[in-house]
Design a protein around this ligand. Structure first.
Ligand code: F6R
Length: 242
């Protein structure tokens, strides 16, 4: 695992956006996955502006959604799909059939997960996955205890995620479960990138990166990833030993 500490959130977002646009320039039919949430929002905006400025073609790129809240409509501004749509898809020339995100209303979640797995397989595997870090160490919706060997799955959200997740929603919401890519995908992706910023994330960054690797802290899997890159701002890195 490689660690990059940027001066600030702007620097973190620029580095991450450069990785994504650089990949698309090198491999125009790459399969990428980028988390939703507050951390990647500037990264996504920068990807859109860089693509426009440098005329980068996304028409052959494949995109796999990392996760979705079960029962939350894509029209709800708190959904992962809404985030990706407004920050990324609306600004890039993606081919709609090249985008696969989880259906929050899937009647058969197991089938939905197998379909996501088969989309990823058919697309040749993930070239790049960019994930954020939950306050409980989760990646996607891989909550504490999720297997490092899991593929797409339905997961019951833990109490921290249920309560922290409310920050994305304008009104009252009850969050109970989520569909998510499993942690095995971090091992199989050609490049796996974890991004985190701000002092609020510093304690969990420390736990994930400098305490023992355990399935109780999903992000600790990054310590085992040779092709893993962790990009932090100085605040998120502030509790790390040199
Ligand atoms: C969202 C997701 C979550 C977030 C994590 C951090 O698609 O997969 O795992 O990445 O909860 O969220 P933010 O970036 O809002 O702090």
């Amino acid at each position: 695992m490689e660690l990059m500490v940027c001066k600030d959130y702007q620097g973190l977002s620029e580095s991450t956006a450069n990785l994504v646009t650089g990949l698309v320039q090198d491999k125009p039919d790459a399969l990428i996955c980028i988390a939703a949430g507050h951390t990647p929002s500037l990264t996504c905006q920068l990807i859109a502006s860089m693509a426009k400025e440098k005329n980068i073609d996304f028409s052959r790129v494949r995109f796999a959604g990392l996760d979705e809240w079960v029962g939350v409509s894509p029209q709800n501004s708190g959904s992962c799909r809404y985030f990706l749509q407004t920050y990324l898809f609306d600004h890039l020339n993606f081919t709609p059939s090249h985008i696969r995100t989880f259906d929050a209303f899937a009647r058969d979640p197991v089938k939905e997960c197998r379909e996501m797995d088969s989309f990823i397989e058919r697309s040749g595997g993930l070239d790049l996955i960019v994930v954020g870090l939950g306050m409980n160490g989760h990646i996607g919706f891989n909550e504490p205890g999720a297997s490092f060997a899991g593929y797409s799955q339905l997961i019951e959200l833990d109490d921290i995620t249920r309560s922290v997740g409310k920050k994305y929603f304008a009104g009252e919401i009850t969050l109970s479960s989520g569909l998510t890519l499993g942690l095995q995908y971090l091992k199989e992706a050609k490049k796996a990138v974890l991004i985190a910023n701000g002092t609020g994330k510093a304690p969990i960054v420390k736990k994930a990166l400098q305490e023992p690797v355990t399935e109780q802290v999903s992000a600790s899997i990054f310590q085992t990833l040779q092709q893993g890159l962790v990009i932090l701002d100085r605040e998120a890195a502030s509790l790390l030993d040199q």
